[in-house]
Design a protein around this ligand. Structure first.
Ligand SMILES: Cc1cc2nc3c(=O)[nH]c(=O)nc-3n(C[C@H](O)[C@H](O)[C@H](O)COP(=O)(O)OP(=O)(O)OC[C@H]3O[C@@H](n4cnc5c(N)ncnc54)[C@H](O)[C@@H]3O)c2cc1C
Length: 427
C-alpha cells in the first residue's frame, strides 16, 4: 500500500471513528513521511512532520483510547478493534517500509508514538512498543527477504508479534534458558516453557529464543519465528498483574513444536546477539513509555490542583503544591532529553547502548516518583479507581523490571564506561 493510500485509509478510519476530528489528509501524509530532521536545533524541537505525527497520535489517544482505559484495565484486555484501528493509523508498522505496507517512519517516530500513547495508557503503548522497537526492528535487521515479505506486511496490518526470551529460571540471566531446539529433517523441534510473554494471547507470531547447542553455552542460542497456532505451541496461564493490565502476559509452552528451516531467524548460534542488540534498542522504547506515563500523570495532577479547592482556594495556589509540580516537570524534562537523545543517536547510527541503559534506568525512576506525587496531589482521590492517579502509579512500577531490571541497566552502564576509553563527555 502506498503512503498516500495508507494516509487515506487512516483518514477514513478516523473520520468513521470520530467525525468531529479535524484530521486533514495532508497532516496524515506528512505524518507518515516522517523522518528525523537534521536541522533541529534542540533535542526536543520536532520537525514539522514529527510534530504532525505526534499531534495526530495524541488526538487519537485522547479521543479513542482515553474513554476505554478504565474498562481495559478492569477487564484485563485491549478493547475490541483497538489494535486494528492503530494498525490503520500505521502504528503497528511504523518502521515497516512503505512498499511492504508500513508507514516508512524512523525509530524516533516509534518513540514519539509510544510516548504519546503512554500519556493516556501505558498498556496500550506496550503493544506498539514491542511491535515496533523489538519485532519490526529485528525483522528489518536480521530477517531474510522472504521473512520480511511474509511477516512485515501482516504486522503492519495489525498482526501482533511477541518477543519470547524469558523463562521461569532465566530472567536477568536470560542466556541460562532451558528451552531447547533440535535439528530435524525439515527444520527444528522446539521444547520448553517461556514465561512473562507480553501480548501472547493476541499474538500472531512469536520471536522465540532456544538453545540449539547447550554445550556451546550462550553461543548455542538461536532465534526462530513461530506462527501462533503451530502444533506444539500453546499459550498458557495469563498473569494477574499489578499494572499494565490490558496487556496479556502469559506462559508460552513448546512441546515438540516443529518448525521449518525457513523459520530460523538469523544464523544458528547467533540468537544471543539478536536478543541483546534488540533489547538495547527496546530500552529506549521503555524509556519513552515511562516518559509518556510521567507526562500523563503530571497533566492530570496539574489539572486537578487547579480545580480542587481547600482553605477557600485551589490547592495549586499553595507554594508546596506548586513546587511539587515544578519538580515533577523538571524531572520529566530531563527524562525527555535522555529519551530523545538516545533515539536520535540510534537513528543517526551513533553509539547508543550506554545512553539507552541510562535512559531506562533514570526515566523509570522519574515515572515512579512522578506517579507517586500525582497520587498525593489527588489526596484521597488518588487512592481510588474513580480517578486516573492510582493506575499511573501501578503502571509505573514495571519500568524498573522488564527489558532488564534497574540493576542490569547499571551493570551495562558500568561495563560500557569502564571498558571504553572514550568517556561520554567526549562523544
Ligand atoms: C509484565 C511483564 C511483562 C514482560 N514481558 C516480557 C516479554 O514480552 N518477553 C520476555 O522475554 N520477557 C518479558 N518479561 C520478563 C522480564 O524481562 C523479566 O521479568 C526481567 O528481565 C527480570 O527477570 P526476573 O523476573 O527473572 O527477575 P530476576 O532476574 O530473578 O531478578 C530479581 C532481582 O534480582 C536482581 N538481580 C538479578 N541478577 C542480578 C545481578 N547479577 N546483579 C544485581 N542484581 C541482580 C534483579 O535486579 C532483581 O531486582 C516481562 C515481565 C513482566 C513482569
Amino acid at each position: 500500500m502506498t503512503r498516500v493510500a495508507k494516509a487515506s485509509v487512516s483518514l477514513l478510519a478516523l473520520a468513521v471513528l470520530k467525525p468531529n476530528l479535524e484530521v486533514s489528509l495532508s497532516h496524515l501524509k506528512a505524518s507518515f513521511s516522517s523522518q528525523s530532521s537534521s536541522s533541529c536545533r534542540s533535542l526536543t524541537e520536532l520537525s514539522e512532520e514529527e510534530r504532525l505525527f505526534q499531534s495526530s497520535i495524541r488526538r487519537f489517544a485522547a479521543e479513542v483510547i482515553a474513554p476505554q482505559v478504565r474498562q481495559m484495565d478492569e477487564e484485563q484486555k485491549y478493547a475490541t478493534g483497538l489494535i486494528q484501528k492503530m494498525a490503520e493509523l500505521g502504528l503497528m508498522g511504523i518502521e515497516v517500509p512503505e512498499e511492504l505496507g508500513g508507514a516508512g517512519g524512523s525509530f524516533f517516530d516509534s518513540i514519539l508514538a509510544v510516548e504519546a500513547i503512554s500519556a493516556v495508557d501505558a498498556s496500550v503503548a506496550l503493544v506498539v512498543d514491542i511491535q515496533n522497537t523489538l519485532c519490526v526492528n529485528s525483522l528489518r535487521r536480521w530477517g531474510t527477504e522472504a521473512q520480511q515479505h511474509q511477516w512485515l506486511p501482516q504486522m503492519a496490518e495489525g498482526m501482533i508479534c511477541s518477543y519470547a526470551l524469558s523463562e521461569a529460571g532465566s530472567g536477568s540471566d536470560a542466556f541460562a534458558m532451558e528451552t531447547r531446539a533440535q535439528r530435524t529433517e525439515t527444520g527444528y523441534r522446539l521444547n520448553g516453557r517461556k514465561l512473562w510473554i507480553s501480548n501472547a494471547r493476541e499474538a500472531g507470531v512469536f520471536l522465540v529464543f532456544a538453545n540449539l547447542n547447550p554445550d556451546a553455552g550462550y553461543r548455542g542460542i538461536t532465534a526462530f519465528l513461530v506462527q501462533a497456532g503451530t502444533p506444539g505451541l500453546t499459550v498458557g496461564r495469563k498473569e494477574d498483574k499489578m499494572g499494565i493490565r490490558a496487556s496479556s502476559t502469559c506462559e508460552v509452552i513448546f512441546e515438540d513444536c516443529d518448525v521449518h528451516t525457513a523459520n530460523l531467524f538469523g544464523e544458528e548460534g547467533k540468537g544471543y546477539k539478536i536478543a541483546i542488540e534488540v533489547l538495547n534498542e527496546g530500552r529506549i522504547g521503555i524509556g519513552a513509555q515511562m516518559l509518556g506515563l510521567a507526562q500523563g500523570a503530571w497533566n492530570h495532577a496539574a489539572r486537578y490542583a487547579q480545580q480542587r479547592k481547600q482553605f477557600g482556594k485551589p490547592i495549586a495556589e499553595f507554594q508546596a503544591v506548586q513546587f511539587t509540580l515544578a519538580e515533577m516537570a523538571t524531572e520529566i524534562e530531563a527524562a525527555r532529553l535522555m529519551v530523545y537523545n538516545a533515539a536520535r543517536r540510534k537513528d543517526a547510527g551513533l553509539p547508543f547502548v550506554t545512553e539507552a541503559a541510562m535512559t531506562k534506568y533514570f526515566v523509570s525512576q522519574v515515572a515512579e516518583r512522578v506517579a507517586s506525587q500525582c497520587v498525593e496531589i489527588f489526596g484521597g482521590n488518588g487512592y481510588v479507581r474513580d480517578y486516573p492517579a492510582e493506575k499511573f502509579y501501578r503502571d509505573a512500577k514495571i519500568g524498573k523490571i522488564y527489558e532488564g531490571t534497574s540493576n542490569m541497566q547499571l551493570a551495562t552502564i558500568a561495563k560500557q564506561l569502564l571498558s571504553h576509553p572514550v568517556s561520554l563527555q567526549d562523544r
